[in-house]
Design a protein around this ligand. Sequence first.
Ligand SMILES: CCCCCCCCCC(=O)SCCNC(=O)CCNC(=O)[C@H](O)C(C)(C)COP(=O)(O)OP(=O)(O)OC[C@H]1O[C@@H](n2cnc3c(N)ncnc32)[C@H](O)[C@@H]1OP(=O)(O)O
Length: 192
Amino acid sequence: MPPTPTTPPPDAVIPERHPQAPAPGTRLGSHYEHCFGCGPQHPGGLRIDAVAGEGLDVTAELTVRDVHQGGPGLAHGGLLTTAMDETLGTLNWLLHAPAVTGRLETDFLSPVPVDSVLHLRAWITGVHGRKIYSAAEARIGGPDGPVAVRAQALFVQVKLEHFTTHGRPEDIEKVLDDPDLMKRARAFEVNP
Ligand SMILES: CCCCCCCCCC(=O)SCCNC(=O)CCNC(=O)[C@H](O)C(C)(C)COP(=O)(O)OP(=O)(O)OC[C@H]1O[C@@H](n2cnc3c(N)ncnc32)[C@H](O)[C@@H]1OP(=O)(O)O
């Protein structure tokens, strides 16, 4: 496949796990209670709860439900892209720095029927300055099942002010009043 903006440059590095990264096997939970991808307080969200891997990698599972349909009985492509984005986003826990998706490329290799259990895996492919390169795949039915979706991403590390500057003021206020709503902010408050 030819290089794209999500292909790490030759001088990108594979960093060490951050000393405060969650231990392998740790459930990473939600970075924000109302996040569509992972938030337990979101009424219709995906509630992805990734698990830290041994290296710079994570795994997660998602059961495709009726409400995720695009075509009859099949998962919507945007829904699948969201699941990839969220799983890739949890890699930032391993580097212990907030980052947002700058670019996300998704390849849909096969249709994903409703009721499928998707086994998601994401891993870091390189870091270059503030740019974090990563890749992910979703397999149907098990960790060794057929690959249905592949993705490559470029996340850009940002300061927490990214959220306080750009977010809707009432939501920011709620987080400031109750930092438990945003696990990431709390983590950095405790471990700056
Ligand atoms: C609290 C933790 C939250 C974690 C959530 C993770 C899960 C959810 C994932 C998401 O849904 S995040 C939400 C969707 N993404 C966004 O809303 C991001 C919107 N975009 C921005 O805010 C800015 O464009 C961005 C922060 C990504 C970059 O702006 P900056 O002004 O900080 O940086 P700059 O534009 O100088 O770019 C920095 C580098 O990244 C490169 N870059 C940025 N965007 C790019 C892009 N789209 N494609 C390729 N390269 C890109 C850029 O070329 C440059 O490369 P160099 O350092 O080599 O010069």
